[in-house]
Design a protein around this ligand. Structure first.
Ligand SMILES: NC(=O)c1ccc[n+]([C@@H]2O[C@H](COP(=O)([O-])OP(=O)(O)OC[C@H]3O[C@@H](n4cnc5c(N)ncnc54)[C@H](O)[C@@H]3O)[C@@H](O)[C@H]2O)c1
Length: 348
């Protein structure tokens, strides 16, 4: 908690529903902490804690760099989302969120969906990502994918002087809510798209629908492609995979793609691989949820997601000018905004 400057961490446990969850609030300078609830079968509670601490910190910087008045938080429920989920478990979790009196607002993430958010809503108003038919912003996957697509095009512009992805070869790891929509954008633009996932049925479906090429999971890092798009889980860019990756750009939706932000960010820069900071280009989901909370509507949300193109180019410019990695450049801009607003609030 002290290492990454978290504000608070709440462990939630309920025997009758089998709920075991952790809510981490990183920073609330800009506004209430917001972050999805991930349900995952973690190997240990320590792994779950590590994940929620990293993810909540990323949310702080994501909101800050996107210009939203929101803080950073995240929740994880320990369990198998296919087997352990129930209405009672989700509603019990909603009660824990309600006890935080609006300091934390949640939405969907890996392993949770709009139905789960509806159960949480039965116990607390501090939840977004509700189905469109019920007045919410619905699935965040499409807008997240659009933001990643914008960030990827900006990366292409920076690396090759032209933002067209037509004819480029792109490996998308994970074709879930975000990955599938990203594959559609890329395929529609004429890219050659390779896909991998743990879910065989989904792979066949997406490959057929969007004319993509299936590759076995273990081969995704060895492909001779222009772009690697991690859209499954974090830390896939590490010392081991960097020996295998041959791409010129890394741009995807997964949170915390770099196992060690400093070490692997620097390695990428030395290798001449352009890295589009994850917390910047995957902000579409947050933008969508913010539109639901603030009532600004879908059109404005799409404009903000489109703006990721420009912000990504600004970050690359700063990275070059200051001789720092794009990740550090993005972090500095986000931290400066938080610092400025903290001062503003202290003086008023
Ligand atoms: N949904 C959003 O709006 C959003 C926003 C920002 C960031 N993200 C991040 O993007 C990533 C994807 O989100 P999503 O909503 O599409 O999740 P999802 O659960 O719908 O999809 C993830 C997919 O990755 C696959 N997968 C898991 N481990 C894998 C592995 N080792 N190799 C290949 N495939 C694997 C899963 O089978 C699944 O199909 C996550 O890291 C999430 O935190 C999502």
């Amino acid at each position: 908690m002290a290492d990454q400057s978290h504000k608070s961490i709440l462990f939630c446990s309920d025997k009758s529903t089998g709920l075991k969850a952790i809510i981490a609030i990183h920073d609330t300078t800009l506004g209430p902490a917001i972050g999805g609830t991930r349900m995952w079968n973690y190997r240990s509670e320590a792994d779950a804690l590590d994940d929620v601490l990293r993810l909540s910190r990323g949310m702080t910087f994501k909101a800050a760099i996107t210009g939203l008045n929101l803080g950073g938080g995240k929740a994880v429920i320990i369990g198998d989302s296919n087997k352990d989920k129930s209405e009672a478990l989700m509603r019990r979790f909603g009660k824990f969120i309600n006890n935080l009196n609006g300091e934390f607002i949640t939405s969907q993430d890996v392993g949770t969906n709009t139905r789960d958010m509806e159960y949480i809503r039965m116990e607390t108003p501090h939840v977004a990502g509700i189905a469109e038919s019920l007045g919410g912003s619905g699935h965040t996957g499409p807008i997240s994918a659009y933001g990643v697509y914008m960030g990827m095009k900006a990366s292409a512009k920076e690396q090759w002087g032209n933002d067209s992805l037509s004819g480029k070869s792109i490996a998308v790891q994970g074709i879930g809510n975000v990955g599938e929509h990203l594959v559609k954008y890329l395929s529609d633009e004429g890219a050659r798209v390779y896909i991998s996932d743990l879910d065989e049925e989904r792979l066949t479906y997406v490959a057929r629908k969007h004319d993509a090429i299936i590759v076995p999971n273990h081969q995704i890092y060895d492909l001779d492609v222009d772009i690697y798009a991690p859209c499954a889980l974090g830390a896939t860019v590490n010392t081991e995979t960097l020996k295998r990756l041959k791409c010129s750009i890394i741009a995807g939706s997964a949170n915390n793609q770099l196992e060690d932000e400093e070490v692997h960010g620097q390695m990428l820069m030395e290798m001449g691989v352009l890295y589009a900071p994850d917390f910047l280009i995957n902000a579409g989901g947050l933008i969508s949820v913010n539109s639901e909370i603030s009532g600004v509507g879908k059109k404005r949300a799409m404009q903000l997601a489109e703006n990721i193109y420009k912000v990504t180019l600004d970050i690359f410019r700063k990275s070059k000018k200051d001789q720092i990695t794009p990740y550090t450049a993005a972090l500095k801009i986000a931290e400066k905004r938080i610092q400025d607003i903290r001062q503003l609030k202290a003086n008023s």
